[in-house]
Design a protein around this ligand. Structure first.
Ligand code: HEC
Length: 134
C-alpha cells in the first residue's frame, strides 16, 4: 500500500475514534436549527427554556423535571422513576447523533408541556445549552 493510503486510513481512524466526534454532530444539529430559525443560538436562553416550569394537569413540569437540572447527568422520569440517559452529548455520545430521533423527542415532549412543537430557535438553544453541561 502507498504511503498516502496509510495516511488516509489514519485520518479516518482519528475521526471515528475522536471523543469529540459526537459533540460535533450535536453542534451540527444545532447549526441546522439556527439556519431554520434564521437567528443565532443562546446557551443562556436554552437554560431558561430547559428549566422553565409550566403547569400541566395541576403540576409543575419542566424539561429538567425528567432530564434533571444538570443535563450531563442521568435523568429520572418524574412519574415512572425510570432512569433516563444524560441529555448532554458531552457525557452521552448518542444524544443528537440521529436528528430524526431528536426531532421525535422534541415534538413529543414539547407537546407534553406546551401542547405544540417547540420552535427551531428553542431546539437550537436547548442543544447549545446541554453542550455546555459538565
Ligand atoms: C415526563 C418526563 C420528561 C419530560 C418532562 C421531558 N422529557 Fe425529554 N425524554 C424523556 C424520556 C423518557 C426520553 C426518551 C428516553 C431517552 O432518550 O433517554 C426523552 C428524550 C428526549 C429527547 C431525545 C433526545 C435524543 O436525540 O436522543 C429530546 C430531544 C427531549 N427528550 C427533549 C425534551 C425537552 C425539550 C423537554 C422539555 C420541553 C423534555 N424533553 C421534557 C422524558 C421527559
Amino acid at each position: 500500500m502507498k504511503k498516502a493510503s496509510y495516511l488516509v486510513l489514519a485520518l479516518f481512524g482519528l475521526i471515528s475514534f475522536s471523543a469529540h466526534a459526537d459533540v460535533t454532530t450535536a453542534e451540527q444539529a444545532a447549526k441546522q436549527y439556527s439556519l431554520f430559525a434564521k437567528s443565532t443560538l443562546s446557551a443562556e436562553e436554552g437554560k431558561a427554556f430547559y428549566t422553565k416550569k409550566v403547569v400541566v394537569d395541576g403540576k409543575d413540569l419542566s424539561c429538567s423535571a425528567c432530564h434533571t437540572d444538570n443535563p450531563a447527568q442521568h435523568g429520572k422520569h418524574n412519574v415512572t422513576g425510570k432512569a433516563i440517559q444524560p441529555m448532554s452529548p458531552v457525557t452521552n455520545p448518542q444524544r443528537f447523533s440521529d436528528i430524526n430521533k431528536s426531532e421525535k423527542g422534541f415534538t413529543k415532549h414539547c407537546k407534553d408541556l406546551y401542547k405544540k412543537d417547540c420552535s427551531a430557535q428553542d431546539k437550537g438553544n436547548f442543544i447549545t445549552y446541554v453542550l455546555t453541561a459538565k
